[in-house]
Design a protein around this ligand. Sequence first.
Ligand code: ATP
Length: 305
Amino acid sequence: MPTAAIEVSALTKRYARLAALDAVDLLVTQGEFFGLLGPNGAGKTTLISIIAGLTRATSGWVRVMGHDVAEDYRAARRNLGVVPQELVFDPFFTVREMLRIQSGYFGLARNDDWIDEVMFHLDLTGKAEVNMRALSGGMKRRVLVAQALVHRPPVIVLDEPTAGVDVELRQGLWQFMRRLNRDGHTIVLTTHYLEEAQQMCGRIAMLKAGRIVALESTRELLRRIAGIQVAMRLRGALPPALRDQVIEEQSEHIVLRLSHPRDVGAALEACRSFGSEVEELEVGPADLEDVFLQVMAEGPARSLS
Ligand code: ATP
């Protein structure tokens, strides 16, 4: 049986009266590409920093590759590479020096071959001898990713790795992550770009107000919850009966979510008999964003004790 990469059991984190995490259970299996989604403040970063051993849980436990992150911190940490959300660096070192120092933390004295490979894949080779302070935000983020990978951790956790980075890096980064995943690394990521999560992740957990409100394969999530999306350009007003189905509206352009393809005919008929004309129509499967909005609308609100 494959060992769990990350096990989270009854994990609660309280800040005064607020439960940032409320009895979270989660099991990420080795080799997964796993997405952790949730709106701002849902608890994603708190969960990641507990996994990384940087924040203490109020109760419950977390293991990384079988090692408890609190009791067996060093072993857990060796198995984990974390790309944090915040860009914090010592500005006086070059990129290569940063990566050598990071290798040193893990007792890796001769790590330059791997450092060169990581820099190459993150398109950092040309910046190897440049001081951190002279790098752009996007470049700094690449270094953060490289830093997380210097010790070849079997489990890689990325907290919003593509926030504020250009399309080119995003694609490069995902290509590299896919390769690492193919090579057996477990990848966990949080992102606000649901399109990315949909493309990359095999399984997704959605957090809301410190609780897991959905945990399923991406395919299942899309199939079970979503229904279909109908985008149309409507001349005239939308019939009130369809108001509840609107997920996007910009003047004449309206996107509806319907639960079944057979509802399309009824929706069109409703528009027609309301005296409004559908001028363009595009029907497609709902995407992860629909699912996300739906799950978030249904999930429980935060509880205060
Ligand atoms: P985002 O998408 O904005 O990064 P998130 O899902 O990562 O959000 P967290 O940063 O984990 O959310 O925060 C969860 C909740 O815990 C929020 O309500 C936040 O205000 C609160 N919180 C986080 N850190 C602290 C702290 N050190 N002290 C008090 N409250 C905190």
